[in-house]
Write a protein that binds this ligand. Structure first.
Ligand SMILES: [Zn+2]
Length: 62
């Protein structure tokens, strides 16, 4: 199981204790859906989720 950041929705290793992207410790192991954002500047989903870096994100984090 991976974990996802509650702030930026980035998915990371289950061993992570801080988000490598936004440095928060607000991380959850319960998330729904996954999405790969390759070109955030061209993606409506990325804009809606306020993602500006490419990567692997959770759609919803509990
Ligand atoms: Zn984050």
């Amino acid at each position: 199981m991976s974990k996802a950041c509650r702030v930026c929705h980035l998915i990371m290793e289950k061993t992570a204790s801080i988000c490598p992207s936004c440095k928060t410790q607000d991380i959850s192991s319960e998330f729904i859906g996954e999405i790969f954002i390759l070109k955030p500047e061209e993606s409506d989903v990325a804009k809606r989720m306020k993602i500006d870096k490419k990567g692997h994100y959770a759609l919803r984090v509990r």
